[in-house]
Write a protein that binds this ligand. Sequence first.
Ligand SMILES: CC(C)(COP(=O)(O)OP(=O)(O)OC[C@H]1O[C@@H](n2cnc3c(N)ncnc32)[C@H](O)[C@@H]1OP(=O)(O)O)[C@@H](O)C(=O)NCCC(=O)NCCS
Length: 158
Amino acid sequence: MTTIRPAEPADMAPVADLWHEGWHDGHAGHVPDGLTAARTLAAFHERTPARVDDTTVAVADDGTLLGFAMVAGDEVEQVFVSRAARGTGVAATLLADAVARIAAAGHRSAWLAVVAGNARARRFYEKHGWSDEGDLPYEVTAGGERFVSPCRRYATDV
Ligand SMILES: CC(C)(COP(=O)(O)OP(=O)(O)OC[C@H]1O[C@@H](n2cnc3c(N)ncnc32)[C@H](O)[C@@H]1OP(=O)(O)O)[C@@H](O)C(=O)NCCC(=O)NCCS
């Protein structure tokens, strides 16, 4: 069974490991090379603990982290599942939970940015009813440098 629950501080190191792995799976080759180089494991461990209150985790019965989602306002900021958990439905459960959190906070729609070349993620959002609303050049600061990540904006009613 998979448990979906709010993250606790002790979850955030495994979240950083999973985020680093999944980020490179979904983004390398689709964003500026300098941004990929700046997204080191150490950088994920630096930025992740502060996000504990925004994070929901999916955990297996044996305690293994299967995935996580982060919500900020009406934005689904991150949905990441481990390689072993892809194609299992865990990501769909995390996305539904993120949308429910956004609705519970009083918003009527939700949005997210997905890198244009991340075909698997785009298919995933589209099959769950999200609409592609077009190009969204997303500004990111990493390793002290500013990059523009070529994203698409997706949205859904909640
Ligand atoms: C994006 C992610 C959360 C989706 O979860 P998932 O469990 O892999 O999603 P699903 O398997 O349910 O759906 C993926 C769909 O893309 C399809 N797909 C797989 N590879 C693909 C590719 N290269 N191109 C297009 N579609 C692809 C799958 O067949 C599936 O569609 P189907 O159900 O119609 O067959 C997960 O893959 C992940 O964590 N990826 C790495 C991190 C990431 O990119 N996160 C999103 C950041 S915005």
